[in-house]
Design a protein around this ligand. Structure first.
Ligand code: AMP
Ligand code: MN
Ligand code: MN
Length: 321
C-alpha cells in the first residue's frame, strides 16, 4: 500500500470520515471528537463521526459527540476520500463499517494496540503510548495544529480513561506531560473526573457488588474471575456498561495475578475481559482470535460458561503464572 503524508492527504480530501470502535470507550470517543475538531480548526473541513454502538452516558458531557452518527445511518454506497480509524485494534472492531474503510481512497490508522496489523496508507501506531489520545496530541503538536478547550477536554478524557485515571502501567512521564499541557490548554481535571467516574447510578454500584460477591478464585487465588449473565444485567437495568471497571477490581486483590470477566452476550457466547499484573494476557486472548495489550486484553468465546472458564484457565496456566 502506498504511504502518504497526513497534511497533504487532508488537503486533498473533500470528505473525511472518522470511525470509533464497537462498545466505545473514552479513548476512541475522545480521539474521534478531537481529530474531527483539530481538522476542522486547521483545514476548515468538517469530518463526519461514526459510532458502531451507543455512546455510554458517562461520555455525553463531551458535547461535540452529539454530531456522531450510527453506522446504520450512513449510505453504504458512499466513498470517502479519507477514513481515519481511532483506537481500532483490528478491523472486526468496526463491524459493518469495514466497507467504508476498504473503499476509502486514503486509509489512516491512529492506534496504540500492539496487535494492530491491518493495512493503512498512513499509520500512527505506537504500542508504547498510553492511549490513542496521547498519539493524537503528538500528531497535532508535530504538525503545528491549533488546540482549543474542547479539543483539550476530549484528549484529556481519552488519556484519563485509558490509563484508569493515570494508575495503569501505561502511564509514562510523557503521558503526564501531555496531560499537563492539556490542562494548561483548558481541560478541567476535576470536572472530567467527576463526569467519568463519580456519576454512577445505584444500580451500577449494586451490580458490581453482586458480581464481586460471586467471584471465583483458583490456582492459589492467582486467578480471579466472575461471570455476568444476561439475567444479572436485566436485574440491575442501567443505561450504561455495568461492567466498566469491574475486572480491575478483581485484579486489585493482592493475590491476583490474572483476573477475567465473562460477559454473556448470547447463549454460549461470552465477551472476555482479561487483566493481569505481570503476564502477557494479549498472548492468551490471541489464541482465541482476540487481542489487546500486555496487561489488558479481550476476546469473544462461543462455548458454555463452564467451558470458557476451563479453556481460559488452561491457556493462562501455559504462561509463567
Ligand atoms: P476490554 O476488556 O474490552 O476493556 O478490552 C481490553 C483491551 O483488549 C482493549 O484494548 C481492547 O481493544 C482489546 N480487545 C478487547 N476485545 C478484543 C477482541 N475481541 N479482539 C481484539 N482486541 C480486543
Ligand atoms: Mn479502546
Ligand atoms: Mn485505547
Amino acid at each position: 500500500m502506498e504511504h502518504l503524508n497526513l497534511d497533504d492527504s487532508i488537503k486533498l480530501s473533500k470528505n473525511i470520515l472518522v470511525i470509533s470502535h464497537l462498545n466505545p470507550d473514552g479513548d476512541t470517543l475522545g480521539s474521534m471528537l478531537a481529530v474531527r475538531d483539530l481538522i476542522y480548526k486547521q483545514y476548515k473541513k468538517k469530518p463526519e463521526m461514526m459510532i458502531i454502538s451507543k455512546i455510554p452516558k458517562m461520555y455525553e458531557f463531551l458535547e461535540g459527540l452529539k454530531d456522531a452518527k450510527h453506522v446504520s445511518q450512513f449510505d453504504n454506497s458512499m466513498v470517502y476520500d479519507m477514513v481515519i480509524l481511532v483506537d481500532i485494534a483490528a478491523l472486526d472492531r468496526i463491524c459493518d463499517a469495514e466497507i467504508f474503510y476498504n473503499k476509502a481512497k486514503i486509509k489512516v490508522s491512529i492506534d496504540h494496540h500492539k496487535t494492530n496489523n491491518y493495512d493503512a496508507n498512513i499509520r500512527f501506531v505506537k504500542p508504547e503510548a498510553s492511549s490513542t489520545g496521547e498519539i493524537l496530541y503528538e500528531i497535532a503538536q508535530n504538525h503545528g495544529w491549533n488546540f482549543d478547550e474542547k479539543i483539550a477536554e476530549a484528549l484529556y478524557t481519552a488519556i484519563l480513561t485509558d490509563t484508569g485515571g493515570f494508575r495503569f502501567d501505561n502511564t509514562s512521564a510523557l503521558t503526564l506531560k501531555i496531560a499537563s499541557k492539556l490542562v494548561a490548554l483548558g481541560a478541567k481535571p476535576q470536572w472530567i473526573y467527576k463526569n467519568c467516574y463519580e456519576l454512577k447510578s445505584k444500580n451500577f454500584v449494586m451490580f458490581q457488588a453482586h458480581c464481586l460477591n460471586k467471584a471465583e478464585f483458583t490456582e492459589n487465588d492467582k486467578i480471579a474471575y466472575t461471570i455476568a449473565y444476561k439475567k444479572d444485567f436485566e436485574k440491575f437495568s442501567h443505561q450504561d456498561d455495568l461492567t466498566e471497571g469491574l475486572v480491575e477490581k478483581l485484579r486489585a486483590i493482592d493475590s491476583t495475578e490474572v483476573a477475567f470477566l465473562l460477559k454473556e452476550i448470547d447463549n454460549k457466547m461470552f465477551k472476555v475481559s482479561m487483566r493481569s499484573k505481570n503476564i502477557d494476557v494479549a498472548k492468551v486472548t490471541s489464541v482465541f482470535n482476540g487481542g489487546g495489550h500486555k496487561f489488558a486484553a479481550g476476546c469473544v468465546l462461543k462455548y458454555s460458561a463452564e467451558d470458557c472458564v476451563k479453556k481460559l484457565i488452561a491457556e493462562i496456566k501455559k504462561q509463567d503464572l
